[in-house]
Write a new protein. Structure first.
Length: 319
């Protein structure tokens, strides 16, 4: 499980107290149900990125103070009603599909490249296309061979600490992949493990190298493939294979079944007929997603916003 830094936890506590203070001073109310209603309305005044920070802070603080159900309800408030963000120049350049012809052209350049990062770029693009892993997750995964007939990739979900994942880990069955494809996934997992202590540096250099390659290949193209594009292609292939939203969420480590449909590659970008998709979701991960869906609609007794187990960072008494 990814650990938060002490500074992050302190910031979460301060921010949560500021939000609770604003709620009580502006509404004169104090119950948790009233706070949820206010938050649901207030998120329409901020961008999705800002709301995710607020949500993470409140979820952390309520969970820490013993209000697990309240934390779960807050984390269930999505970003669909938030203000549209002004997309950055960097975001506008991201490509959300990786056509076979583009992938082949990149591989041709990588094969003749002298860059020390050429191998890991090629492995990551292919392995992530097959499994849907985020780049950071390659530093925190391994292949479980306890059942030789069904090798399984065990992945530590990157978004678990801010409530955006269905659990701390997910399992991806690899038995439907070809031998060469399984070898690619194994090799990439091994590379990730070898680079885990300096993964940020490795990823940064690999990203820059790929950026130079794609710029030379398609200088006039506005959107170019990145190391994250393979994950988008995985989602597109899953949609083309007619997997359900729950199955896709389980495979991609999402807590919200709408995430892939709203933010990832489109069905039309998927391999025709779904023939490029051969990863099965783990039944336990599917159940975790279903449990999170159920948690969004589970009623709880009304409680007041009372965090009186210790003084709040900004001096506000919420008890």
């Amino acid at each position: 499980m990814v650990e938060r830094t002490e500074a992050t936890e302190k910031w979460y506590s301060v921010k949560a107290s500021e939000i609770a203070n604003a709620f009580r001073s502006r509404t004169g109310l104090s119950s948790q149900s009233d706070m949820l209603t206010w938050l649901a309305s207030h998120r329409t005044t901020m961008t999705a990125a800002s709301w995710r920070l607020y949500r993470a802070a409140l979820g952390y603080e309520f969970e820490k103070r013993g209000f697990s159900e309240m934390a779960r309800e807050i984390r269930a408030l999505g970003t669909e009603q938030c203000l549209p963000a002004k997309s950055s120049h960097k975001a506008r350049r991201k490509q959300k599909k990786l056509p076979i012809k583009d992938h082949r052209r990149i591989n041709e350049v990588l094969m003749s490249s002298r860059s020390r990062y050429a191998e890991i770029i090629g492995l990551m693009l292919e392995a992530s296309r097959l499994t849907g892993l985020r780049p950071i997750e390659w530093a925190h995964c391994y292949v479980d061979d306890s059942n030789p007939a069904a090798p399984t990739l065990i992945v530590q979900n990157a978004k678990v600490t801010n409530g955006r994942s269905h659990g701390p880990y997910r399992k991806l069955r690899l038995d439907n992949l070809t031998r060469n494809e399984r070898r690619t996934v194994r090799t990439m997992a091994k590379k990730g493990y070898e680079h885990r202590d300096h993964w940020e540096h490795t990823f940064k250099q690999a990203r820059k190298t790929l950026g130079r390659i794609t710029h030379k290949l398609w200088p006039r193209r506005k959107k170019k493939p990145s190391l994250y594009t393979s994950r988008h292609q995985f989602a597109a292939d899953a949609k083309a294979a007619n997997l359900s939203q729950v199955e896709i969420a389980a495979l991609m480590g999402h807590a919200d079944v709408k995430t892939a449909s709203q933010h990832y590659g489109r069905t039309t970008a998927g391999t025709r007929g779904g023939t490029g998709f051969r990863i099965d979701p783990d039944p336990g991960d599917i159940q975790s997603v279903l449990d999170m869906i159920g948690a969004k609609t589970t009623p709880e007794p009304d409680q007041s916003v009372s965090w009186n187990n210790r003084p709040d960072p900004d001096g506000l008494d919420l008890g």
